[in-house]
Design a protein. Structure first.
Length: 121
């Protein structure tokens, strides 16, 4: 994430950065929001938020992401907000039938319909 944060400094407002797994963290999302840079990244299915989303059967939902203890420490250290973020979860079914879950700052459902996310991966 630290290297990705350095790369984030090369982006401009309005950009969309696509990440693979291993990057999701609320503090990391917040840096994108501060720069007005959108993101979409794969997220592991083991968190309670993602489990609840998958169990809902929905393919897209806007959910609150509170800071974990680790993100709280990082946000306080970096003097950025510790408030939760409203982000979008999107389910994409792989050809194998297995669901993949993406987290994104693209929360406008009309401008970014669920169908556009499958093409990102």
């Amino acid at each position: 994430r630290e290297m990705a944060l350095k790369h984030l400094n090369k982006t401009q407002a309005g950009d969309l950065v696509v990440y693979d797994r291993g990057y999701p963290a609320v503090w990391f999302y917040k840096y994108h929001i501060l720069k007005n840079v959108d993101f979409c990244m794969r997220i592991v299915k083991s968190s309670n938020i993602v489990k609840a989303f998958l169990e809902s059967g929905k393919y897209s939902d806007i959910v609150d992401f509170p800071c974990t203890e680790k993100s709280l420490r990082r946000c306080r250290k970096d003097k950025i907000s510790t408030e939760s973020l409203r982000l979008r979860l999107v389910r994409v079914d792989l050809p194998s039938g297995e669901p993949e879950v993406l987290v994104s700052s693209l929360t406008d459902l009309k401008a970014y319909p669920t169908s556009v996310f499958a093409n990102l991966y």
